[in-house]
Ligand binder design. Sequence first.
Ligand code: NAD
Ligand code: LMR
Length: 333
Amino acid sequence: MPKAVVLGAAGGIGQPLALLLKSNPLVTELGLYDIVNTPGVAADLSHISTPAKVEGYLPPNDGLKKTLTGADIVVIPAGVPRKPGMTRDDLFKINAGIVRDLATGIATTAPKAFVLVISNPVNSTVPIVAEVFKKHGVFDPKKLFGVTTLDVVRASTFVAEVLGDLSKAPEITVPVVGGHSGVTIVPLLSKASHPLPSSFSSDERDKLVNRIQFGGDEVVKAKDGAGSATLSMAYAGAEFATKVLRAVAGEKGIVTPSYVHLTADPAGGDALKKEIGADLEFFSSNVEIGPEGVSKIHPLGKITEHEQTLIKAAVPELVGNIEKGVNFIKAPK
Ligand code: NAD
Ligand code: LMR
């Protein structure tokens, strides 16, 4: 009987994500928490004729605890979004504390829940959640996921556009590995389900890679100060949450990229570290999800020289981002 929870449920991502989860027949209870407006969002959603029972709480009267009680899956889109000219790392100052406090709530009230982190900078907020859970002695690396699905969704769409057939977008898969910011986003186009045209030049390939890496900036720029991707992120977050819910329900063979702690599958994690030539704690690769969480971390496999260069460029930034998140909890200034 899965209870799904959204923390940051009244926001630009939170509301459409809550709508999509309310529409999902696998969800039987939906808990919504935010510092504003959740009672209204919950009342609104509760009139939709689907099975999930909806409740919304605010901070007073133990609202976070009430929301999280009995949670099986917790999705976190709480925090501030970018404005033009900002990097995701610029959000760390505000979002790190928000994510730390919400993670503390999960660790004390729903320590066995699957935790899906959307709040940016994902490369650092996921390590923050891990460290908070370690502090409380409840860290299970198999159940912590950084949601990088929007990069995967964008890659499918942009490749379909290149192929001149948007109707193919839903079936196109491209593994996007590394992390979730700029050069740490590494699309493995050589492993796409649909090959690029043979006439595709290396310049065109570079443009496509760049568009996938900086797709977030495209939206930030178009929204012109009003925030970043919300609707496509809600779609991507719901896609990923649905994969977790299907895996929990016993479906086998669910494989998708996610930013995970590499001890979630120690053998797979070690093999991946060898491939990327760095001893990283977190990395996004294809992971198989089972009823207990990550059951396998897949290797990158054979990739092109160009993709190896992209991975090399991603590693130092990832190292810094991870360290920043870990130190925020381990060695707060
Ligand atoms: P938003 O400002 O519209 O919504 C954020 C919500 O978080 C607000 O309703 C706010 O009240 C709430 N909030 C703030 N502090 C909170 C707290 N302590 N507890 C609970 N709720 C709290 O922002 P948004 O557009 O929905 O973006 C949210 C986050 O998601 C941003 O950090 C953004 O960068 C990130 N994001 C990530 C991805 C990704 O691919 N992982 C994609 C898009 C956006
Ligand atoms: C995205 O990729 O759209 C999000 O990470 C939001 C952002 O800041 O770009």
